[in-house]
Write a protein that binds this ligand. Sequence first.
Ligand SMILES: *[C@@H]1O[C@H](CO)[C@@H](O)[C@H](O)[C@H]1NC(C)=O
Ligand SMILES: *[C@@H]1O[C@H](CO)[C@@H](O)[C@H](O)[C@H]1NC(C)=O
Length: 215
Amino acid sequence: VSSDSLGNSPSDLQKYVFIYRTDTVNMTGQHQYKSKESFVREPFVVRFQSQNTTIRDFILVPLHSEPSRAVLEINKLYDVFVEVSKKWNNKNVMFLGDFHASCAYVTRQDRKKIRLYTNSDFNWLIQDREDTTVTDLTSCAYDRIIVYGEPFLRAIKPFTAKVFKIDTEFKISRSQVVELSDHYPVEVVLKSSALFLQATPLLILMIIQSFLSAL
Ligand SMILES: *[C@@H]1O[C@H](CO)[C@@H](O)[C@H](O)[C@H]1NC(C)=O
Ligand SMILES: *[C@@H]1O[C@H](CO)[C@@H](O)[C@H](O)[C@H]1NC(C)=O
């Protein structure tokens, strides 16, 4: 599913595109956020439902920020959150994309101007120390994944939010990666609703407990 072409200049139009597996998720809604003052490329928001994840109903908000406006645009994602969570009566929202949320575009001091930082209900899953750029010349966590609230955080498989290093994963050279992009993708895994997977940690805990109480 794809947005229309977005941007201020006819020579630089971009689309948000979601590629998904129809046997894993159902797309149940789309919403093009409209505010030319807030974004150069306004988020194209998509709602998914799935029987296969512990989180059954969730909303994805993408952003490719304009670098020089990164602080303002990331801050405005809060308004997108308010609009779409009202529209679908659901606060399970994940933000993802190239926010330019690092290095010179978003400094430590800038964070107090960004509600997704000052409000601790927003969980930044890709950490500041990560490097989402391909070249060795920069080390910046431009690309991020953020989820709102405890329910979504609990639905994330622990420690799976990371940079997907295309070269090591697919055994291709750095120069081949650069032909694709100057950024690496970022990824995260949602917990499966398959019963035995969910039950395993609980089962282990219960065995330990009964072992301890037997002592
Ligand atoms: C998608 O929706 C159909 C119809 O409601 C349902 O049968 C199916 O289980 C859903 N798929 C997933 C992955 O949740
Ligand atoms: C999703 O869950 C259904 C049962 O709820 C199962 O039949 C199906 O194989 C699962 N799909 C995937 C891709 O795991």
